[in-house]
Structures are given as structure tokens and as C-alpha cells.
Design a binder for this molecule. Structure first.
Ligand code: ADP
Length: 261
């Protein structure tokens, strides 16, 4: 039952009564659950053939490498990239439906942030050649959080930074270690975000439609998921940006032994 209402007062401030409405939303919730289950089922069904296609492509690449057929190798590498992109999109739908049906559980454990950043650094060094991804050195910290989900947030911010900026521009990752929390930032020199959109980009399905971004595909799910994950860790996430100059996404996390506010 969704109940909404307010107290009414006479002009002298004395209590006059309550006015309100009660709406039964059980049906709406069932619809929403069915929609989430449907998205989840479709996503799983789509992922299965993609996974086996990817395996076949990798096998073919190995065989082609042995035969020195560079052209076929390049074409297979491009196909592999597109399949990975598609899998990434499907995963974001899966994560969204899991989140909305309450199936995303944040399981905080103590772990070393330096080790996590190092894993991500190695992965990006191997896969991104279009940008100068710079990981600034930092003093490591023990973090209280869900390792996999924090990795997902950082990966998402880096991949957005490369998506919304020109080739060969830098993407910089920094960590500031403060008393009781760490702040992780991902900075790009890309298209930037207008002042009025700075908080809206974290809303579900929100995308900026302007000249610079109209040809860039996406569903407006990634930042919403990042924000939900960070919120569940008791951290904050925000973006600072200047249109045409670039954006810096920042988020905070509690360090071991400290409780964030
Ligand atoms: P998607 O990229 O799939 O649209 P996101 O939720 O990741 O979804 O981002 C929401 C919107 O925020 C994007 O459509 C884009 O307009 C804006 N945005 C995200 N990251 C950046 C960035 N690094 N620079 C400029 N705009 C960005």
C-alpha cells in the first residue's frame, strides 16, 4: 500500500485535519517483478550463444596465428571486440534487473585497494590502445567493500571516459587516501557534461542528447548502477565537469576499521 498525504492547518497554524490518498500497488509491483524476470531471462538466453561464439573466435585466432594470416587475425580480433561489447551491454541489463529485484547484495570484506587497481590496470593495458590510460601512483589502503562490485564501478568509469573522449587523449586514475576514507577519481579530456546534467547522469536510463554524444551508443544504465553500488557501500559519487574540456568522476569508500557517515 502506498500512502501519501499531508497535514492541513488553519491560517492561525492550528491543526485542521489530514488529507491524503492510499493506493494499492501490489499489482504494479508484480508487473515490475515480471518485467525484471523477463529482462533477466532474455539476457541469459542472449549470453549463452555469445559465450560459445567468443570461444570459437579465440580458438580460430590461435589457429590463424600459427599460419601467419595477419588479415584474418585482424578481422577475428575486431569480431571479438564487438562480441565483448555486446556481452557488456547484456551484462548491464542483467545487473539492472538483479538490482531492481533486490538480488544485488553488497558483501563487504577487507581488501587491498592497491591490488585491485593493479588488476584493473593490467586488464586495461592489455585491452585499450585508443587512449593514454594513466594510473597515478598512490599510497595503498585497506578497503571495506565488495571487491567485484568496486572493480565494476572503476571499469565502468574508465570505459565511459574512453567512450566520451577523443582517441589518444589521456584518461587518468588517481587515489587520494584521507582519514577514514579513500577517494578514487577518473579524469578525461572529453566532451564534458553541462552543469544541469551533472546529477542527472546518475539517473536510470538518463542520457545526454546533444551534438557531441548523439552518435555514441548506450542505454544510460552504467552510472546508475555505479551510484547504487557506491550508495550501498556508504560512499558518495559525483562528477565535476566543464563542457568541451572534460570530466572527473569521483567516489569515496570507507577504509577498514572506519564506518562512513
Ligand atoms: P551510457 O554511456 O550507456 O549512456 P551511462 O549511465 O554510463 O550510460 O552514462 C549516462 C550518460 O552520462 C551518458 O549517456 C553520457 O551522456 C554521460 N556521460 C557518462 N560518462 C561521461 C563522460 N566521461 N564524459 C561525458 N559524458 C559522460
Amino acid at each position: 500500500l502506498l500512502v501519501d498525504g499531508s497535514v492541513r492547518r488553519y491560517s492561525d497554524g492550528s491543526f485542521a485535519g489530514h488529507i491524503g490518498a492510499a493506493v494499492d500497488i501490489t499489482g504494479l509491483k508484480e508487473d515490475e517483478q515480471r518485467k525484471n524476470d523477463f529482462i533477466s531471462m532474455v539476457s541469459h538466453e542472449l549470453k549463452t550463444p555469445l559465450t560459445s561464439t567468443l570461444a570459437y573466435i579465440q580458438l580460430s585466432k590461435e589457429r590463424v596465428s600459427a599460419s601467419n594470416d595477419d588479415l584474418t587475425h585482424t578481422m577475428l580480433t575486431r569480431t571479438e571486440k564487438q562480441i565483448r561489447k555486446m556481452t557488456g551491454m547484456i551484462n548491464s541489463f542483467l545487473n539492472l534487473s538483479r538490482l531492481e529485484s533486490g538480488k544485488i547484495q553488497v558483501e563487504p570484506v577487507e581488501f587491498d585497494l592497491g591490488a585491485l587497481i593493479n588488476e584493473i590496470r593490467q586488464e586495461f593495458m592489455a585491452t585499450i590502445s585508443s587512449h593514454k590510460v594513466i594510473f597515478h601512483p598512490f599510497e595503498t589502503a585497506c578497503i571495506l567493500g565488495d571487491h567485484e562490485k568496486i572493480a565494476q564501478v572503476i571499469q565502468n568509469l574508465i570505459s565511459n571516459a574512453t567512450k566520451y573522449s577523443a582517441k589518444n587523449t589521456p584518461v587518468e586514475i588517481s587515489v587520494i587516501n584521507r582519514d577514514g576514507e579513500v577517494e578514487i577519481s577518473v579524469e578525461d579530456k572529453g566532451v564534458g557534461i553541462r552543469q544541469e546534467d551533472l546529477t542527472r547522469v546518475f539517473e536510470r536510463f538518463y542520457r545526454v542528447h546533444d551534438f557531441e554524444t548523439r552518435n555514441i551508443s548506450g542505454f544510460g544504465i552504467g552510472l546508475y548502477l555505479c551510484a547504487e553500488i557506491i550508495k550501498r557501500h556508504g560512499g558518495k559519487i559525483w562528477v565535476e565537469s566543464e563542457l568541451g574540456k572534460g570530466s572527473t568522476f569521483r567516489f569515496t569508500l570507507p577504509v577498514c576499521g572506519k564506518k562512513s557517515s
